[in-house]
Design a protein around this ligand. Structure first.
Ligand code: FCB
Length: 461
């Protein structure tokens, strides 16, 4: 069980990390902003997907979310009070360009102008993501990411954001988790835009990577001063048993989740085993595309939540791992992050790594104005320790960001799953710092308090 870690090492300390290590919180536009139709914002694929009966488990939408468009100053004050040095947020493309082509929407651009200035005024570095999944629906109607034309639209959008904000941004991420957009959005159809076609999904994945490389080249040519990179959702994939069949299943999942993205980004092209597996569903790749995708990055962003266990017999029952489970049913398996970071360092020799998301959903209950989220506090502390362990073994990690600052719209789970270190009361929009936020604040001030008691194994923590 994961509590076998020696007590003295269980508690990370800020002084274990270099002074310039970036500590942050992460958010995304669709999940917090609300103001879905205000001031010229156009609909995104997620606005439309929320209207599909049954798509969102609690039937909710992002129309109001955390009302961040109106409460951004209060939210940035919270981030400042925690003492973070970085805030990861995304720009809603349809807020700044309703149809994904044509005129720029001045009120939308002004909102991000104020947000960026507001961050800097509070001593927080802005880490901007261009695409956290909310593609303008008008572009989806024209083929979305499956259409090569969308690649050019994305590059235009990247350049406009740089023109308006680039002088004040620490880092620009092109895409958040292209695997999710491609596979969940276009293969299983569980996420927007809800399509179910593997060939389309693989073409989408290729166009996302291509647009990433082209955007980096265009931004650098325009003199962009921000650090540039991409954010991948990565997990170590382990076989359920040592059987040949389970090891083959793990190898394939590793290929589709990790190597399909890492290999071309680091100049090795698409992995041969995955191409062979895809057969006729292999994407169309033009001459030079792979060279473009391998354009040098300044950082690699990694979002990490849990390990994956692959079984040839279908989905693996996570209760079998004997670990605490989060409210998402995901295992608490912190050493998986160390393993992942070591593997990426070994195989890809990447630029500095930023852990751009890490956190957990639990069923929080406010009690007398407090939220005692012991399980989340342990989760965050253990994963920070896992980052430290990887760094001690030579991995260059430059930052860590908690997902998420606020309880928010958790995609198909709606508002039922809470990932925030700040509790948001849906009816009143009142924000309350959870114990995990207080722990993170103390940690950042160099005085971590003791970790709360462990959760029992194999049950929701
Ligand atoms: C990641 C997403 C983020 C959030 C977390 C829980 O896949 O990037 O928006 O939903 O999962």
């Amino acid at each position: 069980m994961n509590d076998a870690r020696p007590a003295a090492d269980a508690l990370p300390r800020r002084c274990d990390f270099p002074p310039d290590f970036v500590w942050g919180v992460a958010t995304s536009a669709f999940q917090i902003e609300g103001a879905a139709t205000e001031d010229g914002k156009g609909p995104s694929v997620w606005d439309c997907f929320c209207r599909v009966p049954g798509a969102i488990s609690d039937g909710s939408t992002g129309d109001v979310a955390c009302d961040h468009v109106h409460r951004w100053a209060e939210d940035l004050d919270l981030a400042r009070d925690l003492g973070v040095g970085a805030h990861r947020f995304s720009v809603s493309w349809p807020r700044v360009q309703a149809a994904g082509r044509g005129p720029w929407n001045a009120p939308g651009l002004d909102f991000y102008d104020r947000l960026v200035d507001g961050l800097l005024a509070r001593g927080i570095s802005p880490y901007l993501t261009l695409n956290h999944w909310d593609l303008p629906d008008a572009l989806q109607a024209a083929g979305g990411w499956a259409a090569r034309e969308t690649v050019d639209r994305f590059v235009d959008y990247a350049l406009e954001i740089d023109r308006r904000l680039g002088d004040r941004i620490a880092a620009i991420t092109t895409h958040n988790e292209p695997w999710v957009i491609a596979s969940l959005g276009h293969e299983t159809g569980r996420f927007a835009p809800g399509l179910r076609c593997r060939a389309t999904a693989m073409q989408v994945a290729h166009h996302l990577l291509l647009s990433h490389g082209l955007a980096l080249q265009a931004l650098r040519a325009a003199g962009c001063r921000a650090q540039l990179g991409i954010v991948l959702n990565l997990a170590p994939v382990q076989p359920a048993t040592a059987s040949e069949a389970d090891r083959a299943a793990a190898r394939l999942e590793d290929g589709r989740l990790l190597r399909w993205y890492l290999d071309p980004l680091f100049g090795r092209g698409y992995p041969a085993d995955v191409l062979a597996h895809l057969g006729a569903d292999t994407p169309q790749v033009r001459a030079d595309d792979l060279r473009t995708i391998a354009t040098r990055m300044d950082f690699l962003g990694i979002n990490h939540y849990a390990r994956n266990v692959a079984s040839a017999d279908g989905p693996w029952d996570r209760r079998r791992g004997g670990r605490p489970l989060t409210a998402m049913g995901w295992e608490v398996y912190p050493e998986g992050l160390t393993e992942l970071l070591l593997r990426v360092q070994r195989d890809d020799a990447p630029p500095p790594i930023l852990v751009t998301e890490n956190g957990a959903a639990f069923d929080d209950e406010p009690v007398g104005g407090r939220v005692h989220d012991a399980a989340r506090t342990r989760f965050i502390a253990q994963h920070i320790a896992a980052v430290r362990d990887a760094m001690r073994q030579g991995v260059h990690v430059a930052g860590y960001m908690v997902w998420s600052l606020l309880d928010n719209f958790e995609w198909t789970s709606g508002y039922a799953k809470r990932f925030g270190i700040v509790y948001v009361d849906d009816p009143t929009q009142r924000r309350t710092l959870k114990d995990s936020a207080l722990w993170y604040r103390d940690f950042l001030q160099g005085r971590p308090s003791a970790l709360p008691a462990p959760a029992p194994a194999g049950v929701e923590a």
